[in-house]
Design a protein around this ligand. Sequence first.
Ligand code: NOJ
Length: 661
Amino acid sequence: MKKYQLFLCLLGLNVSIASAQDKHIDKRVDSLLRLMSLKEKIGQLNQYSGRELTGPVSNRKDELLKDIKAGMVGSMLNVKGVKDTRAIQAVALQSRLKIPLLFSLDVVHGYKTVFPVPLAEAASWNMDAIRQSAHIAAKEAAASGIHWTFAPMVDIARDPRWGRVMEGAGEDPYLGSAIARARILGFQGEKLGGTDALMACVKHFAAYGAAFAGRDYNPVDMSEQMLHEVYLPPFKAAADAGVATFMNSFNTLNGIPATASTYLQRDILKKDWNYKGFVVSDWGSVREMIPWGFAQNLADASEFAITAGSDMDMESGAYIGELENLVKSGKVKPALIDDAVKRILYKKFELGLFDDPYKFSDFKREELVMKDPEHARIARAVATQSIVLLKNEKNLLPLNAGIKKIALIGPLVKAKADLASTWTVYADTANMTNVYDGLQQKLGNKVELSYAKGCELNDTVSTGFNLAVKTAEAADVVLMVLGEAGDMTGEAKSRANIDLPGRQEALFNAVKATGKKVIVVLMAGRPLVFNAIAEKADAIVYAFWLGAEAGNALADVLSGAENPSGKLPLTFPRSLGQIPLFYNHANTGRPVTKPGDIRYKSAYIDAPNSPLYAFGYGLSYTSFEYSALNIAQEVIKKGESLKLSFKSGGDQKRGKSEAEF
Ligand code: NOJ
């Protein structure tokens, strides 16, 4: 009892220290605000990209420097490194009120050490691993002068045509919420202001993942129920976890651009969720209201955005050009500007930038942190856990000791830059470990490796097939590494066809026709459709993009040094026509109750309803249990509300799931 009282006392003490700190910052914000002119306030709401500042000389460079010196810029994105951040901060400190800049960057899956893409990490279902990965990214970026990352992206994604599925945690709001929390705790550490932590920015608010037809920047139209049950929960989890900032999104939601949505930003976020951080627009999304047909000009767009609760304008140049007139003409109330400015200044105080504007830009720390060998070790462990074993006929994997010669075939065997995929900012692609090197290091003294590329990723010819077939014939077993190019997913990378590009499936067929056992490692930033491989390959490993340690992690799993444990964070369709296909969809009044009996039932006449592989699917070397069900049972035991509406079963040995959707 005494211990309990002591605990409550300490808890109370913590709460009161925290609120005393809040009040202290509030006071400092208020007194600074009183000193600011309207122009200076609007400057704080303006974010520019700094690529031109550090790149070759351009016309914009002089203008940017002039604006920063005049206090007309609150934040810069795309400036990194101690040298550059110090130099640019020094310019901001020449402004009248010496308000420091916030430096932000898309630190999405690692900074210098490249971790697996977020979708791959989601396949680990391991919150500690995900938190650790985000924390190392934050440590490296924060040592390099960065204050703020535009991550985590928590958009629910149910359409693999959409290129941005690689940035998120897949299709499920429960898993997505847990991962949102883990990433935020990782990025932000114990407390904002630590030099090993970044402010996180949860994005894209909201429903961006539901763009029509999986095409990026397309409109979104959805019911209130779908919005609240599926698309908003990860954002709510992020707000509850104390995320410092929100980013709104490019899409419209039921006809209204998210950047102009009072419903999303004021009613839900700032009122219902009582959110105290600030909202940044997405790149140019204020300006894009004009082509959307929602605003006639930049002045209208600015009025709509600030009124709706969009606090900072990223790269539209809208607020800086329009807000002063809008306030003077009475269209925008000064209190709205003050509220936005206060939210931004609060974060600058919380980070400690007013006490030391160069706090994060320390040459010694930058050098030391980037060299920490522990980071690569953890990246390898996280990558290992992100690998999903989809099929393992007759326990072909792990590679057994009797194998003397392995033929490595395919356009991704020796790939390096692809392994980083998109949204890397500092990747040293020359030093990434590919599959060839990983296996060579792991097995090289016991096993002979031979190699044939077979074809390019997006080839139209089959000239390399003969050599590939000969190489296969001369080996005990074949390992093919196939997939997309690393830059085929990410922003503006929607695909209308998600088959393996080029001649890769034909290459697989030619190699398989040799009669050799074939293991296929697939690399991609999205689910691909690969029915022939699913049918005929002896073993299939889905690797997504595993980052700098990809080859080592795959060698660990293929050799059996590690047991594969990844589970799919989203459903893999058999054909494009099934999309969107996800496990927790609502019932139909006409379900298929007997296999094959589809007359007047909710079914396709030319394809099964079931997916190629279901959400939560993943095998290990030691059990063939249907892992999603185990996870669901755990969740249900804890009283959480994950609802699985599919049946388990299926022939695990053939690597198929017959989950009924
Ligand atoms: C546009 C993207 O949608 C967003 O995710 C990113 O953070 C910004 N550009 C800044 O690079």
